[in-house]
Write a protein that binds this ligand. Sequence first.
Ligand code: PFF
Length: 446
Amino acid sequence: MHGEWSTRLAFILAATGSAVGLGNIWRFPYTTGEYGGGAFVLVYLLCVAGIGIPIMMAEVMLGRRGRQSPINTMRTLASEEGKSPAWQLLGWLGIVAGFTILSFYSVVAGWTLAYVFRTASGVFQGATADGVTSIFGNLVGDPERLLAWHTIFIAMTIVVVSRGVSHGLEKAVRFLMPALFVLLIAMVGYAMNTGYFAAGLEYLFTPDFSKLTTKGVLSAMGQAFFSLSLGMGAIMIYGSYLNHRTSIARTSIVIALMDSLVAIVSAMAIFPIIFANDLDPELGPGMVFKVLPIAFGHMPGGTFFGTLFFVLLVFAAWTSAISLLEPVVAWLVENRGYNRVFASAWAGVVTWLLGVVSLLSLNAWSDYKVFGMGFMGLFDFLATNILLPLGGFLIAIFAGWYLSRASSLDELNMGDRFAYRFWRALIRYVTPIAVGVVFLRAIKVL
Ligand code: PFF
């Protein structure tokens, strides 16, 4: 009944496809700019290493042991260990987070789709920073265009999920991800010639802790969860399709390294161009759309490479969106007896509706604010900085304290050696305490 990835590589590719997406190229750079650069980057990397990797191992492990949707996996594992069935609420938390994230994710993926055509039309040729900024402003100010692109992107996601996630995913990730990475490296090459490369590196890698606020630390942690697709069951469900021979520890480390590399390289391409054009690092969510087109407008073959870049970014967003929808679709199939097509359409439509609220908050409803944020910012903040870390915290508690030592030892299959004990110490103490402390401090400030 429950499928399996054909090879270990298939799982790595699918999980990388989930991890690498708008979070790396759209979200990481502007959040870094918002919280002042180097210190934020450092905290982010520490969170990836100390919180992200152990939780990723735990999620894959729980998924592989439970072999169902996150809700049913948690219920089964809790009952096997003689623990409360309330643990299935963790799966529900993930469903809420997944809907919320996909709703605004799809809006931004819609911007990316729009930029494929914008860039191909050649409008960015020779464009100035002001010109590029106003093109972005026109797009987000137009609810009808946003709605059309958002609808197309959700439909694309429904189509793939309804056919089962392994179809085509392997190939898309195997060829398109490396292509995207090569293009990013080429953009770094362009950034090197702006004369501001050193300034960009200094901004990113020289921590100035006076700029780091509690909210910045919360956001760096949230960004680590978001970027690695952790805390909501996406990686758990991909783990549920994983065969028993694969080393969970090694694969998790590889995925986390690749994901962080893509984020860092994007920032290295973007910030020098920001400084070269006298732009403000606090450009907000429009950053990548306001900065890279300046480069495409001035480099040889820019229209071609720019179009290709946005096409590849759409693919990266698509392979992430699929993983956001998969946990709920799996649950609808398992528990409601829906077929995959109906389940995917149903979940897609719910997300679509929530996405409409997000996209209207950029224009028609821009006056409505909750805690000083528009709906899109609010959804992002709640899901990324609250729900994902909360989900991760509970995953760590379950994997470290409720799942017996014998079970995790058996499932991780790495022997009762140092590496296993190190992981267990991290997941029992370091990870939950770190997330808890950041939360508690944030509550005081928020
Ligand atoms: N990791 C994806 C990105 O960086 O774009 C976004 C994401 C996918 C977040 C899946 C959460 C998730 F469960």
